[in-house]
Design a protein around this ligand. Structure first.
Ligand SMILES: Cc1cc2nc3c(=O)[nH]c(=O)nc-3n(C[C@H](O)[C@H](O)[C@H](O)COP(=O)(O)O)c2cc1C
Length: 213
């Protein structure tokens, strides 16, 4: 009797253990699939959030071939030219500013150019490297580009992109300031620059470059 009672109990225990193992294996599989599907959701979310962060400029269907018109302007002349270029090309404007104001601009601007300084800058557009063509405008200071332009050129990878310099000045031409483009962006295509002191020169120059038919 004792043996008879024990045998069914043993069979029941074995069946119960088997069921428990099967259930626990099933739950573990489920856990794995939940965890891997939640990993996918995270990476999808990261990809989606990146896609939302990357702003595609309004002047093109994709960022390819898009035009950026980046400029530094101390008293507004270069900004005016930048706005005209953006108007003609449908480009996106990006203002470059010195993070700290100058005290004595003439003295400080000259010494930082001579020293090859890289003053901290702010740029009003985040996705500079999404643009294939970048106009870069500045006032001529001491026959050179202001040091903020060197900081700008040093801050991004312009390899394979087209950079188009332009400037305004009291009288000097852009020529003497152009060396920093090939020095700081050796793998970029540097277009002929424009000294844009005469408003009437802007449209023909853009025509020559192929932006206007
Ligand atoms: C610090 C400083 C240095 C300058 N150096 C020159 C120069 O060497 N040659 C020149 O033709 N104009 C020079 N200028 C005049 C500016 O290039 C000119 O006024 C320019 O149009 C100003 O542009 P913005 O209004 O965009 O700042 C200088 C102006 C400043 C403030």
């Amino acid at each position: 009797m004792k043996v008879k009672r024990t045998l069914p109990t043993l069979v029941l225990m074995l069946a119960f253990t088997f069921l428990l193992t099967a259930c626990s294996t099933g739950r573990s599989d489920n856990m794995n699939s939940v965890s891997s599907s939640s990993e996918e959701s995270v990476s999808e979310a990261v990809a989606n959030s990146k896609a939302e962060t990357l702003s595609v400029p309004p002047n093109s269907e994709s960022a390819d071939n898009a035009v950026l018109v980046a400029y530094f302007s101390y008293t507004g002349n270069t900004e005016e030219v930048a706005r005209q270029i953006a108007g003609f090309t449908g480009g996106t404007l990006a203002e470059i500013q010195r993070a700290e104001d100058y005290g004595d601009v003439r003295e400080e601007a000259e010494s930082e150019i001579l020293e090859g300084a890289r003053p901290e800058i702010t740029v009003s557009v985040d996705n500079v490297e999404d643009f294939d063509t970048v106009f870069v405008g500045y006032p001529i200071w001491w026959d050179e580009a202001p040091a903020m332009i060197a900081t700008f050129l040093d801050s991004y990878d312009f390899s394979g992109k087209t950079i188009i310099p332009f400037c305004t000045s009291a009288s000097d031409s852009i020529d003497n300031s152009l060396h920093i483009f090939s020095e700081l962006c050796p793998d970029a295509i540097i277009a002929d620059g424009l000294t844009a002191n005469d408003e009437g020169d802007i449209e023909p120059w853009l025509q020559e470059l192929g932006f206007i038919q």
